[in-house]
Write a protein that binds this ligand. Sequence first.
Ligand code: CTP
Length: 445
Amino acid sequence: MKKVITYGTYDLLHHGHVALLKRAKALGDYLIVGVTADGFDKERGKLNVSQSLAERIENVRQLGIADQIIVEEYEGQKISDIQKYAVDIFTVGSDWVGKFDYLSEYCQVVYLPRTRGISSTVLRASNKPAVKVGILGIGNAAERFFSECKAVSGMEVTAVCDPDAQNMNKFCRGKGLERTETAEDLYAACDAVFLNTPVNEHYEQIMAALDAGCHVICNPPMFLTVAEANRCYERADELGLVLFEGLKTLYFPAFEHMLLLVKSGVIGAVKDIDVSCSQIPEHMEQVETNKYLGSLYDWCSDVLLPIIKLYESECLDCQLIDFQKGDFSYFTRGLLRYQNATASIKVGKGIKVEGELIITGTKGYLYVPAPWWRTEYFEIRSEDLRNVKKYFYNYEGEGLRYMIYSFLHAINGTERSLVHTRQDVLRSTAILEKFHRGEYTGIEM
Ligand code: CTP
C-alpha cells in the first residue's frame, strides 16, 4: 500500500484545496492530511486564519478524501510523521516548490500544480472589507507598523500624516499611500488610526480621532493623567469605538505564556518583580530636546506591564528617584509596594542598564534575559540549580503583528482573553502622573 501525506491550514476550505487533495490521493492508496494547529500557525506568523482547528479539520473530514487526519503542531514534525506512518510520498502545492526538498531523504517529494486564482487569503479579503488605518507621525515605529500590518489580513494602512512633508514623502515612497495635510483629514479618510506621537499630544489627538469615528491604537504610554484617560475611555464607550494601547510586549507568544505559567503557580506566590528597560537612541541630541521622550515618559507602560499583569491590584506606595539635566530625565529608579509584594523598576534613556526581568516567588524564580520586552526565551529556576526549566518561543517579523491582530479582534468584537485593559492602563497612568506632577527625588545628571 502506497501512503501519501500532505499538509495545510485549510482555512475556509475552497476548490483549490479540494483539487490538491484529490490529486494527492491519486498518487497512492492511502492519504494522510496534516492540518496545522492554531498555535503552530501563530508561531510561524500566520495570524490571519479565520476558522478554528476543529472547524478546519471537520471541513477536510467531510470531503471524504482523507483516510486519516492528523494535527501539525510544530516545526520539524513532518520528518517524524513520515517515519511514524511509513509514508512513501510527501506532497504539497507548487507554491512550495523547493521548500521541502530536504524531505527527499525520507520519502519521495512531489509538488503538485496549484489551482490558479483562489486562496484562503483571497477569500478572507472578500468576506470582509479591510479596516483602513491611518498613521499619524512618522518614525521607526511607523515603518514597522506598516510592514507588519501586511501580515494581518483584515487591516491595511492606507494613509499617513506628518507635519514634516519631506519626511512624509520619504516614508510614502513606493507604498501607494494617501498623504493628508492635517490630522483631521487623516481621521476622515480612515476607520482606525495609529498614533505614533509623543505622550503629551495624545489626549487631544485621541479625542479628535474618536469624535471623527476612528478606532485608536496609540503608542505607549497613552496618557499623562488618570483624568485624561478616564475622559478618553468614556468617549470611546459612548461612540462604540476601540481605544487600544499599542503595547507590543504583551502580545508576544513568550510573554503571554510566561504570564500564564506564573499565574498557574509554577514559582509559588510572587513576592517581588525586578524589571528594567533602557535605550540609547541613535540621535540622543534630538531626543534630549523633548522631555516627553525621557526615561519614564517613554518606558513606563513597558516597565510596569509585568508588575500590573501579575499583581492585578493597586500600588500602595511608589517611591521614585530621577536623574535629570534641565527637564530631561535620563534614568529613573522606582520602588513599588503592593499588598504582600514589592517591585523595583529601572528605566533609562541615554543610559544602558541590563534589560532583564526577574520574578521572585516562594518556590523559585523566573528569569527573562535582556531585552525581556522582546522575549523569545525564559527560564524557571529553583533552589536546586540543576533543575532549570528553559522555554523557547518563536515570533515572526518584529513581533508587532501579534498586537495588530489583537487590535483587529477588538474592533471586530472578538476580543482575545489577554489584552491591556482599561484598568491596567489606569494603573500605569497613575504612576506616570505622580512622576509628571514632580513627586520624585531628583538628582542632577
Ligand atoms: N493549494 C492549491 N491551490 C490553491 C490554494 C492552495 O493547490 N489555490 C494547496 C497548497 O499548495 C497546499 C494546500 O492547498 O498544498 C493547503 O494550502 P493552504 O495554505 O491551507 O491554502 P491557501 O489557500 O494557500 O492559504 P493562504 O492563502 O492562507 O496561504
